[in-house]
Structures are given as structure tokens and as C-alpha cells.
Design a protein around this ligand. Structure first.
Ligand code: SF4
Length: 426
């Protein structure tokens, strides 16, 4: 049993209300359940109830046992003096206000149907990775679609909030923020964190000063990554990069932010995903685009965006996955799936954040349109849902199911989920 279940019972008034009474025997009628309060203080605000014919307006507090009132030291907190109703699962203590009057208490345990309780336990005690798996097929299609829409919007808002935070750190510089987001995305999860730190320590403004010289841009990115071999050798490209980096890092005072080679992960990565190759691709992309931000926000069609992002790295990195180790075949350019990943994880969140900043629906619609045009991601989460006959055709669908699983199912937040509450109410 959890307080979340009490919130659910109260919010939807899912208990027997025939001849409803407080534990003291006063007649009770709910006029308004109030709004759930997720901040400090009582659980519901602006509730309205009739107790023995007298209307009360104020806050409502919920506990599994009435004695929790003392355990949570509400008696010493003046915010609880205005509680008009104490809703509990079991009543095991009389609660009084500082003036000696009793707090009217409603006990829900005797009023809750066994069937509802059984359904609730079936969800919360389920051993399935998706707790409602055995009942999912019985859930109405409309419930599923509306919950997936809600989950998708929640995901987009969360990602946009991260963009706003980054923007704040960058003093509202959208261009620098677009570059940092892109660099982080080029780390493809495993190296996302060092990629972001690298971009934070090597401003786009510095890179752009060398747009006429790709080797210098590679020297800046690879030198700043700490992966550039330190010892003189016969590899001419490495020697050039080292000389360029020594000069440029001194010119722009970059050394204090330089990363160390050991901060990068190569283990269990496909060679095409090695950070060395990704940095070379990033260099080419930054060189080609006078404004990454404009590219992401103003490119008209998905096709145009995909073409602009499908970059091929410089000659050396077409033959090497790592410094000084020649590859057996040609190193591939940034692939179709990687480009789609960048659109989903960089372009879309940036569009949503920009839509919020400009208070314009236009950019949000554009973000949603991109997701609807891209194919669904394939991963273990989308496969799990497909096992429950929930098909994901586009990235719009897959982003929704990923969010639903990560932030609802795996945390057993079924009572906050439209599908879960519908299953309980059915
Ligand atoms: S959160 Fe929703 S979809 Fe996930 S298991 Fe619970 S009821 Fe099912």
C-alpha cells in the first residue's frame, strides 16, 4: 500500500460514498477534491467538503495511518493547521489541532472494494518488466495513444529543459548551445560526457576562426581531446596536428581544459563509432556549416537536413579508425542511423526549446513533423513493446514508448499513468 494509491482513491473518489461519514460519525460529502500539491505542505489544496452540513474549504492531508500525522511532525508545522480533512487508509489515532479540536478523518480501508485493491496489487507487485503486461491487451487503444502522446510531450519538455539549462550556461548563445548539443550527440551515449566537456572547453567561436583550414580544426578538436599521440613519429599527419595544436592551444589558452586520453572509451564500440572518427566528422560538419543553429532551426525539409548532416571525414580518417593504425577497408562516413539519431536528440530538442523561447508553436510543430517522418528507433525497449503488440512505426511512436517505459513502467508509476488508472477503473 502506498500513499499514491490513497491519492488515486481520493482524486477519482473511488470508494463507497453511500452514507459517507468521518470516523467521528459526522456526515461527509465531497464538493471538490482539490488540486494535488507536489510541493511542501498538505497533499491537496483548495479542497471543499460538507461536514454535518457545514461547508469547509482548505487543504486535505493523506496518510496510510492517522498516527503518521505525529510521525511526520505535522503537529509542529503551522501549514497543517488549515487541514479540513485527514484522509487515511487506517485510523489508529485521534489527531487534534493546537486549539484542541479534532481534525475530521475519513478512513478509506473499509470503503474500498476488494476487487480494486486486488487490481492495484496485481500492478504494483507484478514481477514483469512492464507491470501491466498481462492486462495490456485489454487496455483501450485510445488510452494507449493518449498516454503515449503525454509521455512523448513529457520527454520533449524534459529535453528542452536541458537545452534551456545549457543555454543559460552559454549566456543565451544559441549557436554555442547548438554546437555543444551536437558534440555531445557525436559521443553517442558512451562518449557523450567527454564530448560535451571538450566542446565546453573549445568554444565554437575558436573553431570557426579556422573554417578555411580543416587540418587546423582537426588539430583543435583532436588535440583538445588529449588523444593526439605525444611522441614524434613517422606519421606525417600526426606531426602536423601536434604542431598546429601546440601553436593554437597556446594562442587560445586551451590547455587547462584539455581532456586526457583515458577519459575516452573505445571498448566494445564498433570502430565506426570511435571518438577519433566522430571528432573528424564533427570537424567536417562544423567546417561546412556557417551556422549550425540555422541549419537545425531553419532547414526546410527532412531530406535537406539529412543531406547536410551526412558528412564524410577527411582523407586520413577515411583510412584510419585510430591514430597510426591503418584500417583494412574504407572507414564509413556518418551513417543514416547516426544522422537520424542526431535529428532526434539534437535538432528536435533544440526546436522545442526554441519554440518555448519564442513562444511560437511553429517550431514545435516542425519538431513533431520530423519525428513523424523518421523511422522508429530499434532497441530493447521498443522490442518489449512490440512483444505486447504495440507497434512503433515512426520516431514519434518510439520516443513515446521509450519515455513511457523509462519514466513510468520501470518506476512502477502506474497510478500516474493513463493506462494504469484506466485498468484500475475498468
Ligand atoms: S506505467 Fe502504465 S504502461 Fe507502464 S506498466 Fe504501469 S500501467 Fe502499464
Amino acid at each position: 500500500m502506498s500513499e499514491d494509491f490513497l491519492y488515486f482513491l481520493w482524486q477519482f473518489q473511488y470508494f463507497d460514498k453511500t452514507n459517507l461519514q468521518t470516523v467521528a460519525g459526522e456526515s461527509l460529502q465531497t464538493l471538490a477534491v482539490g488540486q494535488r500539491n507536489t510541493n511542501a505542505g498538505p497533499d491537496f489544496l483548495n479542497g471543499r467538503v460538507l461536514i454535518d452540513g457545514l461547508e469547509w474549504v482548505g487543504t486535505i492531508e493523506m496518510h496510510l495511518r492517522s498516527s503518521d500525522w505525529h510521525r511526520h511532525t505535522h503537529s509542529h508545522d503551522r501549514a497543517y493547521d488549515s487541514v479540513i480533512l485527514h484522509v487515511v487508509w487506517e485510523n489508529d489515532a485521534i489527531i487534534q489541532r493546537p486549539d484542541g479540536t479534532s481534525v475530521p478523518t475519513l478512513e478509506l480501508k473499509p470503503l474500498t472494494s476488494r476487487q480494486l485493491l486486488y487490481k492495484y496489487q496485481a500492478l504494483t507487485e507484478s514481477k514483469e518488466v512492464i507491470p501491466c503486461a498481462s492486462q495490456f491487451a485489454t487496455s483501450a487503444e485510445i488510452q494507449k495513444l493518449s498516454m503515449l502522446d503525454r509521455a512523448l510531450m513529457q520527454r520533449l519538455e524534459r529535453k528542452a529543459a536541458a537545452v534551456h539549462e545549457m543555454l543559460e550556461r552559454n549566456h543565451q548563445d544559441w549557436e554555442e548551445t547548438a554546437y555543444q548539443l551536437l558534440a555531445q550527440n557525436f559521443g553517442f551515449k558512451i562518449n557523450a560526457e567527454p564530448m560535451l566537456r571538450l566542446a565546453q572547453g573549445l568554444p565554437l567561436k575558436v573553431l570557426q576562426k579556422h573554417r578555411d583550414n580543416l587540418t587546423q580544426m582537426e588539430a583543435l578538436l583532436l588535440g583538445q581531446s588529449g588523444m593526439l599521440p605525444a611522441i614524434e613519429n613517422t606519421d606525417n599527419y600526426v606531426d602536423i596536428l601536434r604542431r598546429e595544436y601546440d601553436f593554437l592551444s597556446a594562442k587560445y589558452s586551451l590547455k587547462p581544459q584539455q581532456l586526457r586520453a583515458h577519459e575516452w572509451k573505445f571498448l566494445r564500440l564498433r570502430p565506426a563509432n570511435f571518438p577519433t572518427v566522430r571528432l573528424a566528422q564533427l570537424a567536417t560538419l562544423v567546417q561546412r556549416q556557417p551556422s549550425l543553429f540555422s541549419l537545425f532551426i531553419h532547414t526546410e525539409t527532412l531530406k535537406m537536413l539529412q543531406n547536410a548532416l551526412r558528412v564524410e571525414q577527411s582523407g586520413y580518417w577515411q583510412k584510419h579508425y585510430q591514430f597510426q593504425k591503418e584500417a583494412t577497408g574504407k572507414v564509413p562516413a556518418l551513417g543514416k542511423t547516426s544522422v537520424e539519431n542526431i535529428i532526434v536528440n539534437t535538432v528536435v530538442p533544440l526546436l522545442v526549446a526554441y519554440s518555448e523561447a519564442k513562444d511560437s508553436r511553429l517550431f514545435l510543430d516542425k519538431a513533431l513533423e520530423l519525428l513523424e517522418q523518421l523511422p522508429a528507433e530499434q532497441n530493447h525497449i521498443t522490442e518489449m513493446w512490440e512483444g505486447l503488440a504495440l507497434k512503433t512505426k515512426t520516431a514519434f511512436d518510439s520516443q513515446g514508448v521509450i519515455e513511457l517505459y523509462n519514466n513510468f513502467c520501470s518506476e512502477k508509476r502506474c497510478l500516474n499513468c493513463g493506462i494504469g488508472t484506466a485498468l484500475l477503473k475498468s
